[in-house]
Ligand binder design. Structure first.
Ligand code: CAA
Length: 391
């Protein structure tokens, strides 16, 4: 709209873990055909955090290059979205604030609504920047997806963080109005406070996701959003990458369009590159899809991108973003590819050991062995406090 200030993503940076487990390794252990994982759900491997990595170390690793490039003078808010919080009271973002040496005149808060939290953080950040366009907001989405060993969900684990600097006159993506919203009370995926692994009704979760696609799109179009044909590509939340194909297929159906696999692949193809090898990163997954699209597609300047965030439980939002001309000069494509390629393969036994690791809850001093080669590490737990340090 003329006169309206453009607000959106000024910079975006991703991080993941030290280790990776291939689905070929998991399939060999589970006796599942590897094609079920690689083609059926579209997953080739999953990131696995070392014992001295977690949502905080990934978040700080993702955010550090942004602070290095832009400074922290204009950042007055840090929004940390996660559904795998490390504390029930303290915001994980305060550890990141400390590791990155951000100014004390900052508000830091944690947001939760399953995988939707990252998109909520982005929208709230946009509102804050509207209030004062001189301010910037650091939005971080960071999660470790964990299901029980041997469960159907095990193949859809993963871990990653995405940090985004939200500002006026963004260099990468302008986020547009309106948004299409949808909430329904469903128990498709949840994690009670006493559990470290998620519970899920797999089939129910897929159908709840598809209903949310329909619901958000209906609200989006009723509020005057773009027609389907206006979008060059669609970034979907990707619990597994085939879900993006299923979602887009469903959207085309809902719009009465002929569905052909080539049209679906054209719309979501580039967006799956990182999620296919990183796995489900819950709140971060939608923005890994954006990073993959920007890093891999031909010039997208002035193209409209559709975003569908889905958080089980369930809340969803559909919104549009327009790619800013000249965005390619601001991407971190080589660093993002290195996030994927720097990980070390682990075998099933090591993966299992990490999966089963739990800190004693006795308040004692429990140092963690040095494993990560990333810039930040969880040094241990002492007196019930998590201790983080630069490596
Ligand atoms: N070669 C190729 N494809 C094969 C195959 C083979 N040998 N064997 C099976 N397949 C296909 C199946 O046909 C199926 O495809 P369709 O869905 O297109 O029919 C696919 O592989 C998966 O097979 P199954 O349905 O039999 O797999 P499953 O029952 O073991 O579980 C799952 C799949 C439900 C996704 C399970 O991994 C799960 O519960 N994951 C966690 C929940 C989840 O990710 N839900 C997504 C929506 S919820 C959400 O988005 C929020 C979130 O982040 C959790």
């Amino acid at each position: 709209m003329p006169g309206e200030i453009a607000i959106g993503i000024h910079d975006l940076s991703i991080a993941s873990t030290e280790y990776v487990l291939t689905h070929a390794t998991l399939a060999a252990q589970n006796g599942a055909p590897v094609g079920k994982y690689e083609r059926g759900i579209g997953q080739l491997s999953m990131s696995v955090p070392a014992l001295d990595e977690d949502i905080v170390t990934m978040a700080a690793t993702a955010a550090a290059p942004i602070v290095e490039r832009h400074g922290a003078d204009r950042i007055r808010t840090v929004v940390f979205a996660t559904e795998t919080a490390v504390d029930q009271a303290k915001a994980a973002g305060i550890h990141v604030h400390s590791l990155l040496g951000l100014p004390s005149a900052t508000r830091v808060v944690e947001l939760k609504q399953a995988c939707y939290g990252g998109a909520a953080g982005l929208q709230f950040a946009i509102s804050l920047v509207h209030r004062d366009p001189a301010e910037q907001v650091l939005v971080i989405a960071s999660d470790v997806s964990r299901y029980d060993l041997g469960s159907a969900g095990e193949a859809t684990q993963g871990a990653a963080a995405v940090a985004m600097l939200v500002s006026a006159a963004p260099a990468v993506l302008r986020v547009e109005d309106p948004s299409g919203l949808f909430t329904a009370d469903v128990m498709d995926f949840w994690r009670p406070n006493y559990r470290t692994t998620a519970l899920v009704d797999g089939r129910e979760s897929i159908s709840a996701y598809l209903q949310a696609v329909e619901g958000t799109w209906k609200d989006y179009t009723e509020r005057g959003g773009h027609p389907l044909g206006a979008f060059r590509a669609f970034c979907y939340h990707q619990p597994f990458t085939r879900m993006a194909h299923k979602a887009h297929h469903h959207l085309l159906n809902c719009c009465g369009r002929e569905v052909d696999d080539a049209a679906v692949a054209h719309a979501v193809g580039h967006t799956t590159a990182y999620n296919a090898v990183i796995g489900n990163s819950y709140t971060a997954s939608l923005f890994l899809a954006l990073a993959a699209l920007l890093d891999n597609a031909d010039d997208l300047s002035e193209q409209a991108i559709g975003f569908l965030s889905y958080g089980s439980g369930a809340v969803a939002e559909f919104f549009a973003g327009r790619v800013v001309p000249g965005y390619r000069a601001h991407l971190r494509s080589a660093a993002h590819r290195a996030v994927v390629s720097r990980r070390h393969d682990i075998d099933y036994a090591r993966y299992r050991e990490i999966h089963e690791h739990a800190f004693p809850a006795d308040g004692g001093h429990h140092p963690v062995p040095h494993e990560t080669t990333g810039p930040f590490r969880l040094a241990g737990l002492s007196g019930h406090k998590r201790i983080y340090e630069p490596r």
